[in-house]
Design a protein. Structure first.
Length: 347
């Protein structure tokens, strides 16, 4: 199959190291009917009090704050189709702000190119975030604060949490791995692709294919596996999220693309068996850069390639962690079906 040995990002300059990633996760939320039954993502359902939330209010996720809004068949295109993550207006007397979060099921992501098409809220008092995460000292963030945005200024906060930021009580703004970068557009007025390429010792950030900045530090750039998170939240902390918002606010994500290496020994072995001797022609594919705002119907996904030969020889994602199966090849699911379901059919 094409791409069965990996995906590579285009070198920025002649002589640059060309990174190749072995795994793919592509989620087109404009076609997803229900995030709650998607096997690549895990909707979160938790609460933390104000002490653990580090603000005047606690936070409480709710599945009702995650809404799938796909394009309807035969209907005109819905401009804001995608996955909605809502932060709710604080109810009178409530000490918890209603927020939303969804995490990738996979937690074995070690280096990669991660991309999300996001329309941010314009409401003051929330933080919309797209990030890679292991723990509070291993984290790569792209975050948008409503309180920072006005009619002429729309920035993104680029944050890399490390053991250094933990020494400042989790405040990365006191470290060199925190930057506020003005965007050349209003993030709340439409969808834009936000991207970070994470390689050993360096993280490069982009918006609509244009490089924003690099963060290079062999000591503080993460070197362990983790997961991708989409989050929209508020805890009333005036120095960060602000709020809570005075009205319900939504962040909309139309897609996420992740091309990465796995730390899972099974996945590493699987890749070696496919590609360890002599990769075939077209076995490694270049990841197309999204230049400019992504438009519905004009975004490339490898798994939707008309050739039908881009990812068919790679393993597909399992149903849930409770199954004990992490990733199985397609033929294994047919075998399981035959073993479990067919014997029980009436004669």
């Amino acid at each position: 199959a094409d791409c069965e040995c990996g995906y590579f990002i285009k070198a920025r300059e002649v002589g640059d190291h060309q990174a190749v990633f072995t795994e793919v996760l592509e989620s087109d939320f404009t076609t997803l009917k229900d995030i709650r039954i998607n096997t690549d993502w895990v909707p979160q359902n938790w609460s933390v009090d104000k002490e653990d939330s580090k603000g005047p209010y606690g936070r409480r996720t709710d599945l009702n704050n995650l809404k799938s809004n796909p394009v309807q068949s035969g209907a005109p295109f819905i401009q804001e189709a995608g996955l909605e993550l809502w932060v709710r207006k604080l109810a009178p007397g409530d000490e918890y702000v209603g927020v939303a979060e969804v995490d990738t099921f996979r937690t074995d992501m070690l280096y990669g190119s991660f991309r999300a098409s996001i329309k941010t809220p314009r409401v003051n008092g929330t933080c919309a975030a797209f990030f890679w995460y292991l723990n509070d000292t291993q984290e790569i963030d792209m975050e948008f604060l409503g309180r920072q945005t006005n009619d002429t200024y729309s920035p993104v906060n680029l944050v890399m949490h490390s053991t250094l930021s933990s020494e400042y009580g989790g405040d990365a703004s006191k470290t060199p791995t925190y930057k506020i970068v003005p965007l050349p557009f209003q993030a709340n007025e439409g969808f834009h692709e936000y991207r970070f390429d994470w390689q050993p010792g360096i993280v490069s950030f982009y918006a609509d294919g244009q490089q924003l900045t690099d963060m290079a530090d062999q000591k503080y750039v993460p070197n362990v596996p983790g997961k991708i998170i989409l989050s929209h939240w508020s805890n009333g902390q005036p120095l960060w999220s602000g709020g809570p918002p005075e009205e319900d606010a939504k962040m909309v994500v139309s897609y996420v693309k992740a091309y990465f290496n796995s730390s899972n020994p099974v996945r590493i072995k699987d890749h070696h068996q496919r590609c360890g001797i002599a990769p075939k022609e077209k076995a490694v594919c270049q990841i197309p850069d999204q230049m400019g705002p992504p438009k519905y119907g004009d975004v490339y996904f490898f798994h939707k390639d008309p050739s039908g030969n881009k990812v068919n020889n790679q393993s597909i994602f399992g149903v849930s962690s409770a199954t004990g199966f992490e990733r199985l090849p397609i033929w294994a699911y047919f075998l399981l079906f035959a073993m479990i379901v067919l014997p029980g059919l009436p004669e």
